[in-house]
Design a protein around this ligand. Structure first.
Ligand SMILES: [Zn+2]
Length: 203
């Protein structure tokens, strides 16, 4: 059975500081005599559970429609690192032996917490790359601090050709080996996309 690890998209949801609010409204409304209901939504590409395309932090990087969806589907390991102030190289070396290309990190006990969350150091990202990791997933809004302008963790991902899934909901997910599916929309030329991310036990 698949377990949904994506966040609900709704008006009033928390967004990255400075980003547009999520908006949804009806275009056609059966209550107003339309033959069907349709809606219009507006959102930042980094709202909720989403995949960063390398183009997000590299003007020559791949755009979301240029990524292979197989890169964000497959065997994944979940590690619980809740309670840390930052994810440093040492905790990667201690915890991760390098068996799986997709690693999801549970970093927060609850909620999305845009005000404070543990970022990754560049050397932690490099240590993951050295262990063969190709995709880093986090239940925080970013792998860098919200106020960072240098984005060291994002740029290490760029250098090492790694993808970043952000804003996962890993509440109640235990450490272990799973199968992940987290497909982005086929959004032409986009720098990121919401994903419906789900896990199921690895068989
Ligand atoms: Zn992002």
């Amino acid at each position: 059975m698949w377990i949904d690890i994506s966040r609900s998209l709704h008006e009033g949801m928390e967004v990255f500081p400075g980003d547009s609010e999520f908006q949804y409204s009806k275009e056609l409304d059966m209550n107003k005599g339309s033959t069907v209901n349709t809606g219009v939504f507006k959102m930042n590409t980094h709202t909720g559970t989403h995949l960063d395309a390398p183009y997000h932090y590299d003007i020559y990087g791949k755009k979301i429609n240029e990524l292979d969806i197989n890169e964000v589907c497959g065997k994944a390991e979940v590690f619980d690192l809740t309670g840390l102030e930052a994810v440093a190289e040492e905790c990667i070396k201690e915890k991760i032996s390098g068996r799986t290309e997709i690693i999801l990190f549970r970093l927060k006990e609850k909620g999305t917490a845009f005000s404070t969350y543990p970022p990754f150091t560049a050397s932690a990202v490099k240590a993951l790359a050295d262990r063969g990791v190709r995709v880093i997933g986090v239940d925080t809004p970013s792998v860098d601090p919200a106020t960072s302008e240098e984005l060291p963790a994002h740029h290490m991902c760029r250098t090492k050709n790694m993808l970043i899934l952000e804003g996962l909901n890993l509440e109640g997910i235990k450490e272990g080996t799973y199968e992940l599916a987290a497909m982005p929309l086929n959004l032409f030329e986009a720098d990121g996309s919401p994903v419906r991310a789900a896990l199921r036990q690895w068989r």
